[in-house]
Write a protein that binds this ligand. Structure first.
Ligand code: PLP
Length: 387
């Protein structure tokens, strides 16, 4: 059997940090002993609301959805996206020129970075940040310029870019994964000022768009760049409606960016299943009560885990949004995560996977029910007492 060497564009991709951890979790889960509590990822445990499942069932039975869908995406879905922007953020979006639909925001983010970046161009990425931005930069052949996010509040330290002359794109993500921080108007005003100076597009990853706590609705970057001068925002139905497995996301914003993304998408990924699009239109266009109920669930879990782990001796940074809890830890976080897996049967994400500034931290996803989270608090508190 011949053995093939991957092309250079695949060879530059970083090793999959999470894949190795997954294998370790799977190995330990087979060993006798307590059940592994896995909070290492952001994979929602709650089911998709029934009305959306019903809409999908009907859409799958519709023969119109058995044919190739159009490249432009369903008008009903694009109109529902524009309507949500109007209702939730007071932002006007053209459902034709200002919206693109993707198989999840992962594909949208990949499209934005690849469609706007030539090999060798600078790409500004938040540190800590969601790891796939780095993979997308690798595919594009871009040069990563880290933008430090600093405490308190994990806001971008734009002065770190003072010597940067040009970049293709600057990425931010709020509510933030992994830190749980929220953006303010100043966050986005700062991003707009810098991107204007360096000629870059501003891409805002708004994956946790619904998940703000204490009654705070997370701010859309398009509510700050109201003229859509240079911003594209990426959203997903994965978290807002617990639809991570369905793979539906979208982008909205500056029409020239949307056009470039769509052009890349059409060539690289073709079109999306019409039934998924119909179900997404039902989710975005329908009653939002189920989505609001999800926010309440995550907020209750946040309160439980933050107070429980603090009482157990952990240094917890209270999240204002997203469904992650970010903890400062002493020493090497990768080693600590390995010990938590082995000794407490709790799988967490070491901060190192999110960049240089993730070191010395671990991330927990609030993606288990209350009872399991109570067990997690007990196990982690006992671990802290022993150490
Ligand atoms: C910050 C962030 N962006 C994007 C995504 C990708 O979401 P999806 O591809 O499910 O839309 C995730 C998923 O965890 C995320 O945490």
């Amino acid at each position: 059997m011949a053995s093939f060497t991957p092309a250079a564009r695949v060879q530059v991709l970083p090793p999959n940090f999470w894949g190795a951890m997954d294998r370790e979790i799977a190995r330990l889960s087979l060993e006798p002993g307590a059940r592994m509590i896995d909070v290492s990822k952001g994979n929602p445990d709650l089911p998709t609301p029934e009305a959306i499942v019903g809409a999908m069932q009907a859409a799958v039975a519709d023969p119109a959805n058995h044919r190739y869908p159009s490249y432009a995406g369903r008008p009903a879905l694009r109109i529902a996206i524009a309507q949500r922007y109007r209702d939730d953020h007071g932002v006007d979006i053209d459902p034709d020129a200002g919206v693109a639909i993707f198989h999840g925001s992962h594909e949208g983010l990949m499209s934005a970075i690849i469609a706007l970046t030539d090999p060798g161009e600078n790409i500004v990425l938040p540190d800590p940040g969601y790891p796939m931005y780095t993979s997308a930069a690798g595919f594009a052949g871009g040069r990563i310029v880290p933008l430090p996010l600093a405490e308190p509040g994990y806001q971008p330290q734009f002065e770190a870019l003072d010597d940067l002359e040009r970049a293709s794109i600057l990425m931010l993500n709020y509510p933030n994964n992994p830190t749980g921080a929220l953006a303010t108007r100043e966050t986005f005003e700062g991003a707009l000022a810098v991107t204007e100076r360096i000629g870059a597009a501003f891409a805002h990853d708004f994956a946790y768009s619904s998940l703000g706590f204490g009654g705070r609705r997370p701010l859309s970057a398009l509510a700050v760049d109201t003229g859509l001068e240079r911003t594209v925002e990426l959203q997903t139905l994965s978290k807002t409606y617990s639809m991570a497995g369905w793979r539906i996301g979208f982008a909205a914003g500056n029409p020239s960016i949307i056009d470039a993304m769509k052009r890349y998408q059409a060539h690289a990924f073709s079109t999306m299943f019409g039934a998924s699009q119909d179900a997404a239109a039902a989710a975005l266009g329908g009653d939002q009560a189920a989505s609001l109920a999800l926010v309440e669930v995550y907020e209750r879990r946040r309160d439980l885990v933050v107070s429980g782990l603090r009482a157990g001796g952990w240094d917890v940074i209270e999240p204002e949004g997203s469904f992650f809890v970010w903890l400062r830890v002493p020493g090497d976080a990768v080693e600590l995560a390995a010990r938590l897996r082995e000794e407490a049967r709790v799988a967490v994400a070491p901060g190192d996977g999110f960049g240089e500034r993730g070191r010395g931290h671990i991330r927990l996803g609030l993606v288990q029910d209350d009872e399991t989270l109570m067990e997690l608090i007990e196990r982690m508190s006992a671990f802290a007492r022993r150490n």
